[in-house]
Every structure is written in structure tokens, then in C-alpha cells.
Design a protein. Structure first.
Length: 156
């Protein structure tokens, strides 16, 4: 295995550990409320399929699922995915969840009417962000929407 591959693998293991720990320490890590900016644009999103990258506990996708969108979500943390699944199940809403690293997640071309990456890209290096933006762009159908939000240095 090349040194670079080994270092990347170790980073992935480190990410898994720290996110899992954070999710396991509390019942609800993030607010249940979806991003208010995303909700402002809710009515502009074409009915269809949503991909939520770094879905966490699912707060941003739930309102779309409640309105009939189908949801695919991916997150590196198994506890996050479990908690997300519980929320969808408690409302009898279907969801298709994957535990995995966004950097390896195969985004299907032209599949989605909305791709959400809420407060997640800020955890990646500049070159990873650049690489991630390509599948995000190609995963969107014509007329679809992309919602990106990032933490800033002013966030607590
Ligand atoms: C700040 S939380 C945001 C969660 C959710 N998007 C929200 O807004 O409530 C960041 C999420 O990104 C996930 N994450 C971090 N690095 C990741 C990676 N390399 N691949 C997939 N998910 C990752 C974490 O497990 C965590 O759930």
C-alpha cells in the first residue's frame, strides 16, 4: 500500500472514530429543526429524489420525505445513520441510507432534484471539496437544486 493510501485510510478511520464518539455521547447531537435557508427554498425544489450528503440525524431531509420526495442519505457515522433511520421509521417514512465516506460514494448521474450538503464540506480539504463538487453537479437533474451550507469561523 502506498504511503498516501495508508495516510488516507488512517484519516478515514480517525473520522469514523471521532464522529461515532460524538453521536454516541448524546441522544440528539444536532437540532431537529432543518436549516431555515433550505426551508426558504422548499417550494422551488422539483418533486423527485433528494440526496443528503453527511445526512447526520436527517433533520434536513425529513421535511422533503414528509412531502413525498424519496431520500438517499450517506454519512460516515453508523450511529448517525441509526439515529436517522429511527427518525424516519418513527414517522413511517422510507429512506435509503448508506454508511460511508462521501469521497468514495458513487453519486448516480442526473438522478436528483435536490442534493443537500449541509455543514459537511467544511470538514474536507480544498482538494477534496473540489473533487466532491463534480459528482454533486452531475448528480443533479436539469432544473434541480443544490443546497450547500458551511460552518464559518463565527460559528460556536
Ligand atoms: C456537522 S454534521 C451535519 C449533519 C447534517 N448535515 C445536518 O446538517 O444536521 C457533519 C456530518 O458529516 C458527517 N461526515 C463527516 N465526514 C464525513 C465523511 N468523510 N463522509 C461522510 N460523512 C461525513 C458526520 O458524521 C456528520 O454527521
Amino acid at each position: 500500500m502506498r504511503d498516501q493510501d495508508r495516510a488516507e485510510k488512517q484519516n478515514v478511520i480517525k473520522d469514523f472514530n471521532s464522529w461515532d464518539r460524538r453521536y454516541l455521547q448524546t441522544k440528539q447531537l444536532w437540532t431537529r429543526r432543518p436549516d431555515s435557508k433550505l426551508m426558504q427554498y422548499f417550494d422551488l425544489v422539483k418533486m423527485g429524489e433528494v440526496l443528503d450528503l453527511g445526512i447526520g440525524e436527517g433533520r434536513n431531509s425529513l421535511p422533503f420525505a414528509m412531502s413525498g420526495f424519496s431520500i438517499d442519505g450517506v454519512d460516515i457515522s453508523a450511529p448517525a445513520i441509526n439515529s436517522c433511520k429511527e427518525s424516519f421509521d418513527s414517522m413511517n417514512l422510507p429512506v435509503n441510507l448508506t454508511i460511508g465516506d462521501l469521497r468514495q460514494f458513487p453519486v448516480k448521474r442526473n438522478k436528483y432534484t435536490l442534493i443537500i450538503a449541509a455543514n459537511v464540506l467544511n470538514f474536507f480539504s480544498g482538494s477534496d471539496i473540489k473533487a466532491l463538487l463534480e459528482p454533486i453537479k452531475s448528480g443533479i437533474q436539469e432544473g434541480g437544486s443544490i443546497y450547500l451550507s458551511v460552518f464559518s469561523t463565527l460559528d460556536p
